[in-house]
Ligand binder design. Structure first.
Ligand code: ZN
Length: 315
């Protein structure tokens, strides 16, 4: 236990990170560049929680808009399930349902502020308002039977400013709301979490996006990013704008492409991240570790090449 804690502490030191990841920066340098954006192109970013869009893609958002593309962001949840955050924001050790509901309103306001920093019009932001930390049960036990969110005690989309007020917390509702959003926008590209991301809400967002786009014959429009990438990624923690964003250990073999950020784009990304005051209180060193010389996108949700069929399947 102590050894593991020590290891986590040591690998977070910038100089140690460089020593134990001698090839990581070289590997990123060899990646192909992301495709250029075009005037009039429509890009939809799916964010499981308010802040994911900024962490994965604030540089890409700026580059897309500079090229005349239109960026839209859809938030699956309003971030109302983060207990420590609710405790801090509500100044209480035992946050109640009301505190969690207030946290959602706060995080939606922070998302609008971050969008403003990045130049995304507020009319391009959509909040679906489903419960944070609960997307997996929506697609398992609660595909048609409404789910009671344990933190907020809500069973339906409730917050002012959400796109489908009153819709039940079911997988079917969520899939329907997102499907209509996709049909309305008809995005040329959709930036979504990779299925390898460690957070269950992110994995479910990947699953729904893959399903919806496959049904429309548009899976090739998907691009994948990771925010929860495995052991302490991104290393080192904290603000290191001169370091590259290296490959996440959970998804090293995806078909990664690299988007290089200018110092001004990095600076603006940091500013957008800091618009998430409630998150910065607890997670500043994790969040600021995404302000790096590059961002990463993959064309596929799996490593390129033939599937490994050597693993025997038990009967
Ligand atoms: Zn998230």
């Amino acid at each position: 236990m102590l050894a593991a804690a020590l290891l986590l502490l040591v690998i977070n030191v910038a100089r140690v990170t460089r020593l134990i990841q001698p090839l990581a920066a070289a590997r990123v340098a060899q990646l192909p560049a992301t495709d250029a954006f075009h005037r009039g192109e429509k890009i939809l970013i799916l964010a499981p929680h308010p802040d994911d869009e900024t962490l994965c893609c604030a540089g890409l958002i700026q580059q897309a808009q500079a090229a005349g593309a239109q960026v839209y962001i859809t938030f699956m949840t309003s971030g109302d399930g983060f207990e420590f955050d609710a405790a801090l924001e509500g100044h209480t050790l035992r946050p109640n349902a009301q505190t969690f509901r207030q946290l959602a309103v706060t995080r939606m306001a922070e998302a609008r502020a971050a969008g403003q920093v990045l130049g995304v019009p507020v009319s391009h932001l959509t909040f679906l308002g489903y419960p944070d930390g609960s997307l997996l049960p929506l697609f398992l036990e609660h595909y048609t039977i409404p789910y009671l969110a344990p933190t907020t005690r809500l069973t339906r989309v409730t917050y002012p400013g959400t796109s489908s007020l009153g819709h039940s917390y079911t997988g079917q509702s969520l899939e329907g709301d997102l499907g209509r959003q996709v049909d309305r926008l008809n995005p040329d590209l959709m930036f979504v979490p990779a299925p390898q991301d460690a957070h269950a809400d992110h994995r479910v967002t990947a699953y729904v996006a893959l399903r919806l786009m496959a049904e429309r014959g548009q899976a090739a429009r998907l691009r994948f990013w990771v925010v929860h990438g495995g052991l302490e990624w991104p290393l080192p923690k904290g603000l290191h704008p001169d370091e590259p964003l290296t490959l996440p250990s959970r998804a090293v073999h995806l078909a990664w492409m690299r988007a290089d950020l200018t110092p001004a784009q990095e600076q603006r990304k940091g500013q957008a991240i800091r618009a998430y005051h409630s998150q910065m209180l607890l997670l500043a060193r994790f969040l600021e570790a995404f302000v790096r010389k590059n961002e990463l996108l993959s064309r596929t949700p799996l490593p390129p090449g033939p599937l490994d069929t050597s693993v025997p399947v038990s009967p």
